[in-house]
Design a protein around this ligand. Structure first.
Ligand SMILES: CC(C)(COP(=O)(O)OP(=O)(O)OC[C@H]1O[C@@H](n2cnc3c(N)ncnc32)[C@H](O)[C@@H]1OP(=O)(O)O)[C@@H](O)C(=O)NCCC(=O)NCCSC(=O)CCC(=O)O
Ligand SMILES: NC(=[NH2+])NCCC[C@H](N)C(=O)O
Length: 343
């Protein structure tokens, strides 16, 4: 399994992924024209033909045994440049009457564009048959999620100070979002899935304009909607855990539609960005394959960015010995450089 930039002939494979993502996975609507545009935008980003603040780096996880796409992940260079990037910030309003000796604090939602200019990790999806559970030792999900930090560390100057991730919120058995039913629906009379589809197609700002702009007291929302604030969809829990381990934190911002948390960090404080390091490659003919999945390696060329597990770590003198198969997978030879991360 290896990560590589998406290519122009991946459209069919990407559409297979888009059909499986399910409710609330905003950024991959099943719309062929839209997906083709995404691929084209990504190709231009990896070729560095667009300004850094307008880049979408979109990667796929390739199963080399059959050539199929097993999953995908992406990094937005900066959010909120073209269209506003809205969140609600969870805050408090204190009401107090000295005469009556009544002091009460109310949970309140404030519409914000505070994340304008930050980078975003997004679109993390792995086909169910490649996920953990029985296959935990393969760590495909971790490869997908973490390879992006090696990319950001390598091309640090292309990214801003902060990074965020918007996590999918809670949906019930009927794929309904209690948060949307209690809030968004009153202002935008359609189902969540339709609002989410329009958002994915890039019309979030249009919908955001129609959402309430004044502080909202959550007191007026249903109890099950309030219970969704800052909570994630069950299939999103591993994604959130991995980001938390890297140091991303929930600072009280939530999605305006489903109440899912936005987590964030200063890029230079992300564990994987701090701890990855460059090593020189030595290809060994004698090396036997290792099943260990502790060391993640990535190449250092943007257009030919590949990432995969390698069976061992570097030696003290910063040499990474790889087998011929690993060298071929990462397209490196003796004397080249790899970025390594222990995880
Ligand atoms: C998110 C992934 C790709 C993760 O893949 P897997 O399910 O195979 O993950 P995994 O290997 O089983 O687990 C990954 C790590 O999470 C830990 N883990 C797993 N399940 C857990 C749980 N219930 N609670 C706490 N931790 C858990 C594991 O120990 C492991 O860490 P170690 O290996 O370190 O031990 C997948 O579940 C998926 O496609 N989900 C559906 C789509 C989705 O909701 N995507 C996120 C949307 S939100 C988004 O895209 C933004 C976020 C982003 O881009 O990163
Ligand atoms: N609250 C949400 N539904 N946000 C979208 C989450 C999905 C994921 N971050 C994406 O890139 O599409």
């Amino acid at each position: 399994m290896r990560i590589r930039p998406i290519a122009r002939d991946d459209l069919d494979g990407l559409q297979v992924l888009a059909r499986q993502t399910g409710v609330g996975f905003t950024s991959l609507p099943d719309n062929r024209e839209f997906l083709a545009g995404k691929i084209e935008a990504a190709a231009c980003a990896f070729e560095e033909r667009v300004p850094v603040d307008d880049r979408l780096y979109f990667f796929v996880l390739e199963d080399e045994s059959n050539g199929e796409l097993a999953g995908c992940c992406a990094i937005e260079g900066q959010v909120g440049k073209g269209v506003p990037f809205y969140n609600y910030r969870l805050g408090k309003l204190a009401h107090s009457s000295v005469q009556l000796e009544l002091h009460r604090t109310f949970e309140t939602l404030f519409l914000s564009s505070d994340h304008t200019g930050d980078a975003e990790v997004c679109s993390l999806f792995l086909r169910p048959e490649y996920r953990g559970r029985e296959l935990r030792h393969l760590r495909n999900g971790a490869l997908l999620s973490k390879a992006r930090w090696l990319f950001i560390a390598q091309f640090r100057d292309r990214f801003p100070e902060k990074v965020l991730a918007e996590m999918r919120g809670v949906f019930d058995e009927d794929n309904k979002s209690p948060f949307w039913e209690s809030l968004g629906k009153h202002f935008f009379p359609m189902d969540f899935s339709e609002a989410d589809r329009l958002t994915g197609l890039g019309r979030k700002s249009f919908i955001g304009e129609l959402m309430p702009k004044f502080p909202l007291y959550t007191t007026f929302m249903s109890a099950d909607a309030r219970a969704c604030i800052g909570q994630v969809h069950r299939d999103t829990r591993p994604a959130l855990e991995m980001l938390k381990k890297e140091g991303l934190r929930w600072e009280g911002y939530i999605d305006i539609f489903d109440g899912g948390p936005t987590v964030e960090a200063y890029i230079d404080e992300v564990q994987a960005v701090c701890h990855s390091r460059l090593c020189q490659v030595e290809v060994s003919k004698q090396l036997v394959a290792s099943e260990e999945r502790r060391w993640l390696a990535a190449t250092t060329d943007m257009k030919n960015f590949y990432a995969a597990w390698v069976g061992r770590g570097p030696s003290d003198d910063q040499i990474i010995v790889v087998s011929e198969a690993e060298a071929q997978q990462l397209q490196v030879s003796t004397g080249d450089t790899l970025r390594l991360l222990e995880t």
